[in-house]
Design a protein around this ligand. Structure first.
Ligand SMILES: Nc1ncnc2c1ncn2[C@@H]1O[C@H](COP(=O)(O)OP(=O)(O)OP(=O)(O)O)[C@@H](O)[C@H]1O
Length: 275
């Protein structure tokens, strides 16, 4: 094993490895332990949801995998490489779309490829394919402001897919969408995932969304963020949220998330009393 690697970082057969990861933030003279000693091994092609109430460290963990904010302790590897910064094997989709408002849909999708100085014809072919794949072809000359939230998120997904990263990191990407659009994009994402065989780490605080999408759900605890439960979703796709098995799992996860929400609530009350 590489001498740099964490003792728990056996990277064999795992696409993303999180080994002994902790993250401490220092704010206003206080230390917040956002993550504590997290271990996760994510096989290639797995769809993993990180689930938990607000403040349990989901985004902190995703940002650490993305290389935006490195852990205070432990280590992460992606595609066999130690994560020390953002890299081409990891693409990130945010909740707020992160599109360039002055660029058309097709220019937004092409942007990353132009930065990489790919030949013009190749860029056009990739953009064309993605616009068709995500039902955006009729909107290619529009600007983000002229699109609905769902369409904007399609563009954001197309933009990340253009770079062909094998690992997709998604931070509540459908959190701002109405229920119908959200279900639509969830189905679209499942289709793309099955077709393109990406590894996906998807943050959500929606229990139903996690059960609908994931192969595996990692429930996190509130401060410090640890792994409370790591379970495989045994239901075949496409899943029916009205099915008894779906609801049984929803109840089980609901109980776990509720416990953490309660801890969050108690913490807020305690802080208010101190102030
Ligand atoms: N840059 C930062 N500085 C200080 N504290 C931070 C910072 N980023 C996150 N935190 C704290 O770390 C903890 C975890 O935050 P994080 O945003 O990862 O949680 P989350 O589960 O993603 O929540 P949400 O769903 O609300 O985004 C929280 O208590 C938060 O206040």
């Amino acid at each position: 094993m590489n001498a740099q690697l964490h003792p728990r970082a056996d990277t064999a057969e795992a696409h993303v490895v999180v080994a002994g990861v902790s993250k401490v933030f220092a704010t206003g003279g206080r230390e917040v332990v956002a993550l504590q000693d997290i271990d996760l091994r994510i096989p290639r092609g797995q769809f993993v949801c990180l689930l938990g109430p607000s403040g349990c460290g989901k985004s902190t963990l995703l940002n650490a995998i993305a290389g935006f904010a490195l852990p205070s302790a432990g280590m992460i590897t992606a595609d066999g490489q130690l994560v020390t910064a953002p890299g081409p094997e990891r693409g990130m989709v945010f909740q707020e779309y992160a599109l360039f408002p002055w660029m058309t849909v097709e220019d937004n999708v092409a942007f990353g490829l132009e930065i990489k100085r790919q030949p013009k014809a190749q860029i056009l072919a990739t953009v064309d394919e993605l616009l068709h794949m995500l039902s955006l072809a009729d909107f290619r000359h529009r600007y983000p402001k002229d699109l609905s939230g769902g369409m904007r998120q399609r563009v954001a997904i197309a933009r990340v897919l253009a770079l062909d990263a094998p690992i997709m990191l998604m931070d509540e990407p459908f959190g701002a969408l109405d229920a119908l659009t959200r279900r639509n994009l969830q189905d679209e994402l499942l289709r793309l995932w099955a077709e393109l065989k990406k590894t996906i780490v998807f943050v959500t605080h929606s229990i139903e969304e996690a059960i609908y999408l994931a192969d595996r759900i990692v429930v996190m605890t509130y401060r410090p963020g640890t792994v409370k439960r790591d379970l495989v979703v045994p239901l075949p796709r496409l899943r029916d949220p009205a099915a008894p098995e779906f609801n049984a799992l929803k109840r089980e996860l609901g109980q776990l998330v509720m416990e953490e929400q309660q801890r969050h609530h108690n913490d807020e009350l305690r802080m208010a009393a101190v102030d």
